[in-house]
Each structure stands twice: as structure tokens, then as C-alpha cells.
Write a protein that binds this ligand. Structure first.
Ligand code: FES
Ligand code: MG
Length: 574
């Protein structure tokens, strides 16, 4: 491998040349207290920090950036911390998903417009990971991903609590009258005990695992709890490594292959990962120019055993997973289901990085022989209700509902659902199929996590805990239930979901991967002719860009002008 010379660094153009502009750069660096010896001939490392005082998942990132800088300095680089928009899942409305592409664009443009030779991406809360990776892949300079790490496991009266999963569970218990307000407040105070992302195998843990298996993190990084002392040590190591990556010019395009993306999908299935992973991996692959479609996810899922015993599909939490050996131990079990020749940021192959991994708790991390399910966590269904596909997580659903026929109970949008779902006379039975529309990429807008529709209160009181639910929404990676999600095309643009009426029969057949609306074609044609598109959602601002350019769920919801592999142009003007 040939090493770069200092004159070949991208930042040389800012600091090294002798012209009027570089005088400006150097004098303004001096203004911040940095002399020439601080940066001369050294790789400039952009640390993209998504820390914010309204993001509990990244609350430790302010300190962690210092550990990264320590590593960069040790290795002879010049660290520059640059804040980027923080997508805080618990606080941002209508959904952080609306802003994933904004952060992706911000990441690409920060790295492009500033003198960055390499990047450390700090993220972990759901949409942050794909957003940062998308932007960095498009920019294609040496990049390492620093996962936030899961928070400690929750606790209520010595019972472990899992982010999201146990919120939904105890909310249903509260509505059913089985716990009281005092219990509920205790749960509120015990479910999130430290900084870090959700510690179930939700979207965050799924996507950081994907980032690791794609080769973007140091080996084992994704499983380290946010507050474990290993985490700052891993952060410093990431800082040291990125400087070497710059000298070696090891870029995402040097290690991302079709095999890496198959590895990512296989891993997502083996961990029983979030349904959201499908949308995000489609978008990430799109940036890398690797063709991927929904059917491919389903094909890999059918042959991948689910071997992580983690909520919501299993029993344990991420802290247990880390102590049991973490992602490396799990990957080792997948053996030649993975392409072990794929490269990673440490310059080794994936195979080399997991060669000595061991399982320390065989109940938490299973083997293919003791798998929780012989197939992966996710399935893709097609049919007259979802011509371009929809997604379900069968491992977190009631097996009795995998083949089901029932009458639709239609809610036109989220507010309609919220207003009526608990009415005592809502005409539903346990066999009804709850339908929610106008919750897709354009209709939501931003495809909120509304897909786990609540069970109507009158049925909860009868003991019903799962029903078939269909929507063009997403659901939280920590959710569970027989929820058909991401229906494409969405209702807002006139997909068949827009034409369903209460009482229509919907049939679901997960083993045969079908979801159908049993309404004759001529009747559907009549309804379509009578359908009028809803009014546009945005008159100004970012929403207008999103409405004009977002793709449907089966394409990954990237913006059409950001997808693809057109190189990011270097700034032309000095
Ligand atoms: Fe940030 Fe779940 S809320 S990862
Ligand atoms: Mg989530």
C-alpha cells in the first residue's frame, strides 16, 4: 500500500500552499490558538459530533469527543470537532426519519467544504447511523464510525426493563388496569438508567451492528455499552486509527462490496433486527452503488437463523449481549453465511477480525443449532394491497396470526386512529385487521413509527394482545406484534391502501409472503377513479424539498438527488 505524502493531503490546499487564502486559514487557526506546528503536514480529522442537550442517546458524546481527539493527537493528526444536527428519537416530531436525509446531506457537505482528510462519525440513535454513513459514503474520504453504545439495562423492582419494548408492554398493562399510576411512574424512572442508545435490539443496535459488519467500526465496537470504560478506550483507538487510514487512503469505496451488504443483511436477520434496517440499508447501498432490493432481503432472511436472544424478539438486552461476547461472537457463528473476505477500517478482513471470538453465554448468543428461529427476523410480503412490497417481523409477532383473513377497520390518519381506537363501541373483534393510512414517507410526513397500532381498549380488556395491523408507517425497532409495515406505494400517492374500506376482507399469508385485499378489480378501478389526492403538506421550508424528492419505502426513502454514486465535487474556488 502506498502512503500519502503531506502534500497529497486534501487539507494541504487549505493550510500548506502559499497564497492569500491559505494566509487566511492559518491566521484564523492562530486566532483559535493553533500554530503551524499543530497542523502542518498532519491529517485534519473532522469529528462529526451529534451531541446535543436534547439527545439522551448521545449525551456522553461531549466527553467522548475528547477521547477521540486524544487518539488523533497521539497518532499525529489534527482533530477538529464539528457539530451536526442531532436526531433525537424521543423528542423530535413528527419523526427523526424526516431528517435522516438532512443529516446525510449535512455530513457530506461538512466534509466537502472543510479541510477534512478523514472523518470520525459519532452516532448511534436510530437515524443517525444511516445518515452519517450515507453522507460519508458519498463523500468517500477515509471514515471511521464511532457507535454511541447501548445504555445500561433498565430496572423495575429488580425486573430488567428494555427500551421501547417494555414501554409498550406496560402501557398496555396500564390501559388494561393491571398496573397503577405509581407503578407506571416507577417504570418511567427506571427504564433509562444511563446515556446511550436503546438497549434492546431496536433500530439503534441493529444499525450500529450493520455499521460494524459493513466494516466501518473497530472490531467489537458496536456492542460496547455507552458507559463502560471500554467505550472511551475504543473512542481513543478510533482516533488513532483514522489518522493511519488517511495516510493509507483507505476509503469506504475500498472496502464496501456487494458482499459487505449481504453481510449486513445477514447480520440484521441473525440478530432479529429492526424492520427499519431494510429502509436504511437500501439507502446506504444506494449511496455505494450496490444494487439491492426487497426480495433480496427476504431471500437472505429465509436462510439465516436468528441467533441473538434479545428483545423484542428474544429475552435479553444489549448489556447481556456484550458480556456474552458481543457482535463478534455472533458473527463467528454465522461462518460461511458471511463473506469473510470483506475489508474493514482496521485494514483487516471481517474474517480476521472475528477469528478468535468466543461465546461466553450460550443462552444469549445462540448457535445455528440452538437458534431462536431457523429463519431471520424479517419477511417481505407482496400482493394486491402492497404491489411494491411491505415488511413484517414474524419473530416478534403471534405465530397464530401468520395466516389470517379478517375485515378491515380503517383509520384515515393518526389523529383519526387516536380519537377512535378506544371507543367502547368500536366495531372490531380480535379477527379485525386494523388499517392506518397517510403515514408513509409523504403522508406521515416522514414515515413516523405509528405502525404498531394500539390494540383497541375493549379488546385489551378481553385479553387480546396481538392483532393484524397494516400501514404505510414504520414501527419502532423495539416494537412487536403482527404489524405489516412500509406498504408501498403509500396511500398518500394513491396506492391500494388509499382505497381500502372498513369491512373489506384482507388476507395475510406470511409463509407464502402475500398480503391481499379481497376486492374485485373493477371495484378497485371505480374507487381509484373517485379518489382525490390529499392536499400537499408543506408550503415552505425543508418539508418542500422532502416532498419533492423522497423516494418510496421500497427504494430506501433517500432523496433522488442524493442517491447514486456521482462523485462529490471538490469546492472549485479558493
Ligand atoms: Fe435513541 Fe432509541 S431513542 S436509540
Ligand atoms: Mg426507535
Amino acid at each position: 500500500m502506498t502512503r500519502k505524502t503531506p502534500e497529497q493531503l486534501r487539507s494541504h490546499r487549505w493550510f500548506g500552499v502559499d497564497d492569500l487564502r491559505s494566509f487566511g486559514h492559518r491566521s484564523r487557526a492562530a486566532q483559535m490558538g493553533f500554530g503551524r506546528e499543530d497542523y502542518k503536514g498532519r491529517p485534519v480529522i473532522g469529528i462529526i459530533n451529534t451531541w446535543s442537550e436534547i439527545n439522551p442517546c448521545h449525551f456522553h458524546f461531549r466527553e467522548r469527543a475528547d477521547a477521540v481527539k486524544r487518539g488523533v493527537l497521539q497518532a499525529g493528526g489534527f482533530p477538529v470537532e464539528m457539530p451536526a444536527i442531532s436526531l433525537s428519537e424521543p423528542f423530535q416530531k413528527p419523526t427523526t426519519m424526516m431528517y435522516r436525509n438532512l443529516l446525510a446531506m449535512e455530513t457530506e457537505e461538512l466534509l466537502r467544504s472543510y479541510p477534512c482528510d478523514g472523518a470520525v462519525l459519532m452516532g448511534g440513535c436510530d437515524k443517525t447511523t444511516p445518515a452519517l454513513l450515507m453522507g460519508a459514503i458519498s463523500m468517500d474520504i477515509p471514515t471511521i464510525f464511532l457507535p454511541a453504545g447501548p445504555m445500561l439495562k433498565g430496572n423495575w423492582r429488580n425486573t430488567p426493563l428494555g427500551s421501547g419494548s417494555d414501554t409498550w408492554k406496560y402501557w398496555a398493562e396500564l390501559r388494561a388496569g393491571r398496573i397503577d399510576e405509581k407503578d407506571w411512574q416507577e417504570i418511567e424512572e427506571g427504564i433509562a438508567r444511563s446515556p446511550g442508545h436503546c438497549m434492546t435490539m431496536g433500530t439503534a443496535s441493529t444499525l450500529t451492528s450493520v455499521a460494524e459488519v459493513l466494516g466501518f467500526t473497530l472490531p467489537g465496537a458496536a456492542s460496547i455499552p455507552a458507559t463502560d470504560s471500554m467505550h472511551p478506550r475504543m473512542s481513543a483507538a478510533s482516533g488513532r486509527r483514522i489518522v493511519e487510514m488517511v495516510w493509507d487512503d483507505l476509503k469506504p469505496s475500498d472496502f464496501l462490496t456487494a458482499g459487505s451488504f449481504d453481510n449486513a443483511v445477514t447480520t440484521a436477520m441473525a440478530v432479529g433486527g429492526s424492520t427499519n434496517v431494510i429502509i436504511h440499508v437500501l439507502a446506504i447501498a444506494g449511496r455505494a452503488g450496490i444494487p439491492l432490493d426487497l426480495a433480496h432481503f427476504d431471500a437472505i432472511s429465509r436462510t439465516t437463523p436468528m441467533i441473538a436472544n434479545l428483545r423484542p424478539s428474544g429475552a435479553y438486552l444489549m448489556e447481556d449481549f456484550y458480556l456474552a461476547g458481543g457482535l463478534r461472537a455472533l458473527l463467528k457463528q454465522l461462518g460461511d453465511r458471511l463473506d469473510l473476505s470483506c475489508g474493514t477500517v482496521n485494514g483487516q478482513t471481517l474474517g480476521q477480525n472475528i477469528a478468535d471470538a468466543e461465546i461466553f453465554d450460550k443462552d444469549v448468543i445462540r448457535t445455528p443449532e440452538t437458534a431462536l428461529s431457523p429463519q431471520g427476523g424479517l419477511a417481505v410480503v407482496f400482493g394486491s394491497l402492497a404491489p411494491d412490497g411491505a415488511v413484517i417481523k414474524p419473530t416478534a409477532a403471534d405465530p397464530r396470526l401468520m395466516v389470517h383473513r379478517g375485515p378491515a377497520m380503517v383509520f384515515d390518519d393518526y389523529n383519526d386512529m387516536a380519537a377512535r381506537i378506544d371507543l367502547p363501541d368500536l366495531p372490531v373483534t380480535a379477527d379485525s385487521v386494523l388499517v392506518l393510512r397517510n403515514s408513509g414517507p409523504l403522508g406521515g410526513p416522514g414515515m413516523p413509527e405509528w405502525g404498531m397500532l394500539p390494540i383497541p381498549q375493549k379488546l385489551l380488556k378481553e385479553g387480546v394482545r396481538d392483532m393484524v395491523r397494516v400501514s404505510d408507517a414504520r414501527m419502532s425497532g423495539t416494537s412487536y406484534g403482527t404489524c405489516i409495515l412500509h406498504v408501498a406505494p403509500e396511500s398518500f400517492i394513491g396506492g391500494p391502501l388509499a382505497l381500502v374500506q372498513t369491512g373489506d376482507i384482507i388476507s395475510l399469508d406470511v409463509p407464502n409472503r402475500r398480503i391481499d385485499l379481497e376486492v374485485p378489480e373493477d371495484e378497485m378501478a371505480r374507487r381509484k377513479a373517485a379518489w382525490t389526492p390529499p392536499p400537499v403538506k408543506f408550503q415552505r421550508g425543508y418539508g418542500v424539498i422532502m416532498s419533492r424528492h423522497i423516494t418510496q419505502a421500497d427504494k430506501g426513502c433517500d432523496f433522488d438527488f442524493l442517491a447514486g454514486t456521482e462523485p462529490t465535487a471538490e469546492p472549485e474556488i479558493h
